[in-house]
Design a protein around this ligand. Structure first.
Ligand SMILES: Nc1ncnc2c1ncn2[C@@H]1O[C@H](COP(=O)(O)OP(=O)(O)O)[C@@H](O)[C@H]1O
Ligand SMILES: [Mg+2]
Length: 239
């Protein structure tokens, strides 16, 4: 029997993936700063909840929840409305990392550590019946570890949790400019798929493009496709 597919809600990307992501898989989205990782992930959750009735969780480790809501609203993605309907939840891990108090419903209130984060993801998944999860970004896991737990252990642990709860998930990783696409040397092996985002100069202009580098369990295009970020639709891949 064929694996069940999960539409990303990103026009063009589902075609490249020959129908969408595979349900339950954990996908790494990687690229330099400003390549569109956060927008892609937000779109995946927003469209998932809105169009496909799949509640989603955005675990934010760097940006504050209100910044994310505001950025989403520029694309007319009303995240607040979905939060009220319990179809979208933002877990604020950014405040605790920054040592700031938070007024968020879902947050790490007793300081940051990966076990607490895993518990909060688990609890929130049950509360809203989440089918999609985003962790933005795994670089944010890399600081404030106590004892021997390192970032690789953290990535392993979260990845195991994401499989356990049977959600389709994206995790982002920021890489320095250049051809590097893996930062911690494990994430591309752990993830069942890797999507690379690029922002590169071409004839004096920066151009956006993406490529699906790995996607276990499915055929997919290996071409590099240009994409745009537009106010109406967010990310649109040009086929
Ligand atoms: N409303 C918008 N319309 C078009 N482009 C946008 C809009 N908002 C942000 N962008 C572009 O997206 C970039 C940020 O995308 P983001 O997903 O935050 O990147 P990353 O998470 O990879 O650092 C901005 O630098 C800008 O070029
Ligand atoms: Mg980002």
């Amino acid at each position: 029997m064929a694996d069940e597919r999960v539409k990303t809600g990103v026009p063009g990307l589902d075609e490249i993936l020959h129908g969408g992501l595979i349900k339950g898989h954990n996908i790494l989205v990687t690229g330099c700063a400003g390549t569109g990782k956060t927008i892609l992930c937000t779109q995946f959750l927003y469209q998932g909840a809105k169009k496909f009735n799949e509640p989603g969780i955005l675990v934010t480790l760097e940006e504050m929840p209100n910044e994310l809501r505001k950025e989403a609203s520029l694309f007319k993605w009303d995240v607040k409305e979905l939060e009220e309907q319990k179809k979208f939840a933002i877990i604020d891990a950014a405040s605790s990392k920054a040592g700031l108090p938070t007024g968020e419903k879902f947050a790490l209130r007793r300081g940051f550590d990966v076990n607490t984060l895993a518990q909060e993801i688990y609890r929130t998944t049950k509360e809203i019946g989440a089918k999609r999860v985003v962790i933005d970004s795994i670089a944010g896991l890399g600081m404030q570890f106590e004892g021997t737990i390192n970032i690789r252990t953290a990535i392993f642990r979260l990845s195991a949790l994401l499989r356990e709860i049977n959600c389709t998930s994206l995790m982002t990783s920021e890489v320095p400019a250049g051809d590097v696409f893996t930062r911690y040397g494990v994430e591309e092996f752990i993830a069942q798929g890797v999507i690379l985002l690029y922002l590169e100069e071409e004839a004096g202009e920066l151009k956006r493009s993406l490529v699906v580098r790995k996607m276990r369990g499915t055929s997919h295009s290996l071409k590099r496709y240009p994409f745009e970020i537009n106010d109406d639709k967010g990310i649109v891949v040009m086929l």
